[in-house]
Ligand binder design. Structure first.
Ligand code: HEM
Length: 401
């Protein structure tokens, strides 16, 4: 597409009306973001019952700060995740949000997450060992997806043997909700029943110092969490941290498979990996947008948003805004500064960002320590997004090279 044209040669009004952030919307996302930022930064889409969207970094940033006007009720996801109650803490406004969030903050501090680094590395290497001498590997299925799953199971105290079930639920919760919402609701109900059984069993056993153990011993307003609160919190922790992280491991490898110079730079200078991870988060991240509901009339860029209107904060578009990031559409692996909004920038800022960063850094470093010269499998044209197959050709690194 010529950068001056609107995506698909459509008028910008039509692009705005049809704007969405899933499925085939992601195929054209970056061209659409650019066109919208320049010509319709605040607009209205007719998808999902109608919603406003914000595409400029500054507008999204300001809305994120103003949580009283931009509420997370009844839920941040658009369309929702099929759960009958709001997720904790993600779909809850202060003051309860602050109380719930406080419970988990100590588990996700940098120091706490650093301590899990060796465990993450062990799982990464186990999975890489499993490639054996295979020259073509679907690295999504065999690395990007199982790595966060194993890490989360270990941190939460869930059996890794349950991974296939958890993956199935997450898949149906995130990737089916746009076209078969009834199945998403079924998956969410099954997942919540599983969590409920898990918490019941754990209550009868000695307390263990893991993520879910922390929920079991937590108190809000001087009382323990109810059965429903345990499930609603467990459900968010489980669904927020798996495919989000898998996606970025996969999209980073997707990019590196096609950019030899960057790949070699990172392999020979692993100290650049943390900066590269931030750049992949900025440009190829899993959470492209989150929704809010307007609680009182507000004007943005000449548009009047009414109480009750839904608004999508398009982090993926803000993250490529030239006003904030020079050459925003270019992936520059040592970009500095890089204050992106891939984890949000307000009171709901990702609770697991330290853990996600640790997994991404370890995941890429260990991969590049074994494979430098990888490429997309011939004939494959995998999309940049999602957690679908990413078949790579993996010539082994020469010993001593
Ligand atoms: C690359 C991986 C990840 C990305 C891109 C990501 C992104 C995000 C975003 C954009 C938000 C919402 C911010 C907002 O609307 O202001 C969020 C919230 C959240 N994330 Fe993550 N996330 C990732 C991994 C994780 C992990 C590993 C966990 C934990 C296991 C986690 C747990 C949460 C929780 C609990 C919230 C809700 C926080 C609150 O409402 O206060 N995330 N994440």
């Amino acid at each position: 597409m010529n950068a001056q044209e609107d995506p698909g040669g459509r008028a910008i009004e039509e692009v705005a009306r049809d704007f969405h952030h899933h499925d085939d919307g992601l195929d054209v996302a970056f061209d659409v973001y650019k066109a919208l930022r320049e010509r319709c930064p605040v607009g209205r889409s007719e998808r999902y019952g109608g919603f406003w969207f914000l595409t400029r970094f500054r507008d999204i940033h300001d809305a994120e700060q103003d949580w009283e006007t931009f509420s997370v009720a009844p839920g941040m996801l658009l369309p929702p995740m099929g759960h009958s109650r709001p997720g904790i803490p993600i779909d809850i406004d202060p003051p309860m949000h602050t109380k719930y969030r406080r419970i988990m903050l100590p588990a996700f501090t940098t120091q706490h997450v650093e301590a899990a680094g060796a465990m993450v590395r062990r799982h990464a290497n186990d999975l890489l060992d499993g490639f054996g001498d295979d020259e073509q590997v679907d690295v999504a299925e065999r690395y990007a997806v199982p790595l966060p799953m194993r890490v989360f199971c270990e941190l939460a105290g869930l059996p890794i043997a349950d991974a296939a079930r958890l993956e199935d639920w997450i898949d149906r919760i995130f990737y089916v909700r746009t076209h078969d919402y009834a199945d998403t609701e079924r998956a969410a109900a099954e997942c919540c029943a599983y969590l409920s059984d898990h918490f019941d069993a754990r209550r009868k056993a000695p307390l263990r110092p893991d993520l879910f153990g922390r929920l079991l011993e937590a108190e809000v307003d001087g009382r323990p969490l109810s059965d429903e609160e345990l499930v609603d919190y467990g459900f968010v922790l489980l669904t927020a941290g798996l495919d989000t992280t898998s996606w970025v491991i996969r999209s980073s490898l997707w990019f590196l498979a096609q950019h030899g110079e960057d790949r070699e730079r990172l392999a020979s200078s692993p100290e650049l990996v943390p900066a590269a991870v931030e750049e992949f988060l900025r440009c190829l991240s899993s959470v492209q947008a989150m929704a809010r509901t307007v609680t009182r009339e507000v004007e943005i860029d000449g548009h009047r948003l009414a109480e009750g209107d839904r608004v999508l904060l398009v982090f993926g578009a803000g993250n490529r805004d030239e006003a904030e990031f020079p050459q925003g559409d270019r992936i520059v692996i040592d970009r500095e500064p890089n204050a992106h909004m891939a984890f949000g920038v307000g009171i709901h800022r990702c609770l697991g960002s330290n853990l996600a960063r640790r997994e991404l850094r370890v995941g890429l470093t260990e991969f590049l320590a074994r494979y430098t010269d990888f490429s997309l499998a011939p004939g494959s044209d995998p999309p940049w997004y999602g957690i679908g197959p990413l078949p790579l050709m993996l010539p082994r690194r020469e010993a001593g090279a």
